[in-house]
Design a protein around this ligand. Structure first.
Ligand SMILES: Cc1cc2nc3c(=O)[nH]c(=O)nc-3n(C[C@H](O)[C@H](O)[C@H](O)COP(=O)(O)O)c2cc1C
Ligand code: SF4
Ligand code: SF4
Length: 261
């Protein structure tokens, strides 16, 4: 069983491939899975492992995924192993350790923890922007090439960690990540201009957090339930969405299959 959280399509893309390679069902973590986790229950098929797939957020586990892991009712064999495959623009910090701790907190056995570098989606801080198209294309090719080995590692059920933690991992994950969770996961800085009412931001939002009025002038409204995935910002073909002034002059990236060809 694969659980996949993805705001901009990178993680969803490789989760789809791994689902085919491993013959595991893929559940996309969005909508009720995230907003009403307490009422959800999942039976893991006999003999199957669980694979957790999500993007790295601020060198840690996205808070929406962390909460899902803590709250979901899971029925599985006693010897079921849990694996992690994250996607990230550059480096993961100590995300693997954070995830192993979450697994241990549920009494689950964590096996492999792997990271795949993919195009960056983060634009909210000074100095951070999406990759230029050539870099994005290169990262996608590398990611696709890495998948057979990622699948083999999962099949081996070994407790291995294969991930690029990067420099200053402790500071990034233990100091900056808690700050990010406390202060940066807020939708109240989103606003839109020149909206044409296409509804793509509403559809892409994994938290069902955006509403749109049904006649011109169109203007999306953000509720309180945001995973800060930036799916809404990145998917808007008009580049109509901004996050305070942080995204002025920043680019957009959303996975489209053609890029990986
Ligand atoms: C809020 C946020 C924080 C991020 N933090 C990191 C990070 O700490 N390290 C990193 O390498 N990439 C970071 N990224 C980039 C994403 O992890 C990466 O682009 C990922 O592949 C996006 O996956 P998705 O398309 O499934 O949403 C961040 C992206 C967002 C939206
Ligand atoms: S994606 Fe952009 S143009 Fe479409 S409804 Fe949302 S803000 Fe408006
Ligand atoms: S409001 Fe935007 S950033 Fe927040 S969860 Fe929805 S799509 Fe992601």
């Amino acid at each position: 069983m694969i659980f996949c959280f993805s705001g901009n399509g990178n993680t969803r893309c490789i989760a789809g491939h791994l689902s085919q390679m491993l013959g595991h069902e893929l559940i996309e973590l969005r909508g009720k899975w995230l907003t009403d986790t307490g009422s959800c229950r999942i039976d893991i098929p006999h003999g199957e492992d669980v694979i957790w797939m999500f993007p790295v957020y601020s060198w840690g586990v996205p808070p929406a995924v962390r909460d899902f892991i803590r709250d979901i009712k899971l029925q599985a064999d006693a010897d079921t192993c849990h694996h992690m495959v994250v996607t990230m623009g550059d480096d993961s910090g100590l995300t693997d350790k954070m995830w192993r701790k979450l697994m241990a907190g549920r009494g689950w056995t964590s096996a492999s923890a792997q990271g795949v570098i993919m195009p960056n989606t983060y634009t909210l801080m000074k100095g951070f922007d999406v990759d230029n198209p050539d870099v994005a294309r290169h990262k996608l090719h590398q990611a696709m090439n890495a998948l057979p080995s990622v699948a083999d590692t999962i099949r081996s059920r070994k407790c291995v960690t294969s991930i690029h933690r990067g420099s200053f991992a402790w500071i990034k994950s233990r100091i900056i990540y808690p700050w990010f969770v406390k202060y940066a996961v807020t939708p109240h800085k989103f606003h839109a201009h020149d909206c044409i009412g296409c509804g793509r931001c509403v559809q892409v939002c994994p938290m069902d957090n955006i509403t749109l009025n049904d006649s011109a002038p169109y203007s999306p409204t953000w509720g309180d339930r945001c995973a800060i995935c930036l799916g809404c910002y990145n998917v808007c073909s008009r580049h109509a969405i901004e996050y305070s002034s942080a995204t002025a002059d920043k680019g957009q990236y959303h996975y489209i299959p053609d890029l990986a060809d």
